[in-house]
Write a protein that binds this ligand. Structure first.
Ligand code: HEM
Length: 465
């Protein structure tokens, strides 16, 4: 086995991965809306990263940006009850697909669903779910060893890998393996049809105002519903041979305060939430990490050394994770620089006050991990890739300064699953292959519903031997 020599950490300046240029001053409204349509990340001026709480009136809506740990704590934890509702543009983009699913609901329904869904994705269930991750990562590793020469779209590769994993996790290993292709195709169609921003809602139209939606959106949603309904029926009718899966776990849980399980429509909506929330987020994290390592040979070699030392040629299992602290630190630093959900938006249900700023009912509250994770003063060299900040023993970032999974009662239920998945897959791929960006490729972060390295990421993949 040939192990790449690991260069010791040097005192050279750390690698700074790409980000859109920051205008010196805020853009005029018309230009801002235009830029936001293309890439919402490019609207932020330098000062937007530095300020704590600021706001403006965007046509008919008040918008307040909370960009300090204290204000994030206030809206997401202390005043969760008043700021728990997702913003109208979030809800209108996702309701045709998710129905009343946990991700877009609030109030008593959200509480009820959260009490069913959170325990099934809880850290205590990782041991049951992780074998599906190891298995899919090993399969992808074998496929990469057999690749023909020439660049491969690593963003699409990571999309397929994490779709495989989430399908096997939700529906069980056997059913999930067969269904992944169909589920992914149906989702891709939906995402292509739905716009990034529901401008009507931003402009302040009330929820009841009829919005135009291309008939394709409903058709694509129906196609997903059909595929998922079929899989759920298969599991509830026992075709899964009792395998561990999130659907099986949900079917064994009772609706809080009753002794009945959720109905089938709720199963479907929550299964779709889990697929949507757990698929592209992890795919983007992996694609970004592979890209960054391709530009940062020192840290790439440190990762190879750790993986080969801890695992040899094996693919990691859950039990190996404590022996992969550097690989995990690369994942966490990647999530800081490129948080897959770069914007968390809420609507104020009643009047409030954030710091000394009065907030009216209906105000849109924006918390952006993209801004907060690069805020000078919270982070040393905020735009630089320094995985060491997340190594055990390094000083911890201030509470609520690092929120790739959000925080408070609506925190991501799949956080531990996502971190374990990203670490196992990154070790399996970056630990055994050299990835080089195809010549002439420009990489720039673009915010759609999630933050991606553009539309494709062509890279040449060579086994390390
Ligand atoms: C790197 C991977 C992931 C990241 C960065 C991530 C991030 C997030 C974020 C930021 C939210 C909150 C969104 C908001 O408040 O607007 C969220 C919610 C959620 N995530 Fe994740 N997620 C990841 C993986 C997963 C996985 C693997 C699952 C499940 C299998 C999952 C399930 C959920 C669910 C159910 C919610 C909704 C929680 C609620 O509204 O109460 N996520 N995620």
């Amino acid at each position: 086995m040939l192990i790449e020599p690991a260069a010791p950490p040097t005192t050279l300046a750390p690698y700074v991965p790409p980000y859109p240029p920051r205008p010196d001053r805020g853009l005029p409204l018309r230009q801002m809306l235009q830029v936001a349509r293309e890439n919402w990340l490019a609207i932020w001026a330098k000062s937007s990263f530095e300020r704590d709480v600021y706001g403006s009136r965007l046509l008919l809506r008040d918008v307040v940006v909370c960009n300090s740990p204290d204000s994030v704590h206030y809206v997401f934890v202390e005043r969760h009850e008043n700021f728990q509702r997702k913003s109208p543009q979030h809800r209108h983009a996702l309701i045709p697909l998710l129905g009343d699913g946990l991700f877009v609901s609030d109030g008593p329904l959200w509480r009820e669903r959260r009490r069913v869904v959170a325990p099934v994705t809880h850290v205590s269930r990782l041991a049951e779910l992780a074998p599906a991750i190891t298995e899919a990562a090993a399969e992808r590793q074998a496929q990469w060893r057999a690749l023909p020469p020439g660049p491969v779209d690593v963003l699409a590769e990571m999309g397929h890998l994490t779709a495989e994993i989430i399908c096997r996790t939700i529906f069980g290993r056997a059913l999930g393996r067969d269904a992944a292709g169909e589920v992914v195709a149906a989702f891709a169609e939906y995402q292509a049809l739905i716009g990034q921003t529901d401008l009507l809602s931003l402009l302040g139209l009330p929820d009841w105002f009829p919005r135009y939606r291309s008939p394709g959106v409903r058709q694509a949603a129906r196609r997903i519903h059909h595929v998922v309904d079929g899989l759920i029926a298969g599991i509830l009718d026992g075709q899964d041979a009792g395998e561990a899966s999130l659907i099986r776990a949900m079917s064994e849980a009772k609706v809080p305060g009753t002794d009945r399980p959720m109905d089938r429509r709720a199963f479907r909506n929550e299964a779709i939430v889990l697929f949507m929330a757990g698929h592209e987020t992890t795919a983007n994290t992996l694609a970004w990490a592979l890209f960054i390592l391709s530009q940062d040979p020192t840290n790439a070699a440190r990762l190879v050394e750790e993986v080969r030392g801890a695992l040899g040629d094996r693919v990691a299992t859950l039990a190996d994770l404590p022996n992969l602290p550097f690989t995990r630190a690369v994942v966490e630093e990647t999530l800081r620089l490129y948080p897959p959900v770069p914007l968390l938006s809420r609507e104020a249900l009643g009047p409030d006050r954030i710091g000394d700023r009065p907030v009216r009912r209906g105000t849109i509250i924006l918390v952006s991990p993209w801004l907060l994770h690069r805020k000078p003063g919270l982070w040393d060299q905020p735009d630089a890739f320094i995985p060491d900040r997340f190594l055990p023993g390094a000083p911890k970032p201030p509470r609520h300064a690092y929120i790739p999974f959000s925080t408070g009662p609506r925190i991501c239920t799949g956080m531990h699953l996502g971190l374990a998945e990203a670490t196992i897959c990154l070790a399996a791929l970056a630990g055994h292959f050299r990835l080089e960006l195809a010549p002439g490729t420009q990489v720039m972060p673009v915010a759609r519903l999630t933050l991606r390295p553009g539309e494709t990421l062509p890279m040449r993949i060579t086994p390390l031997g």
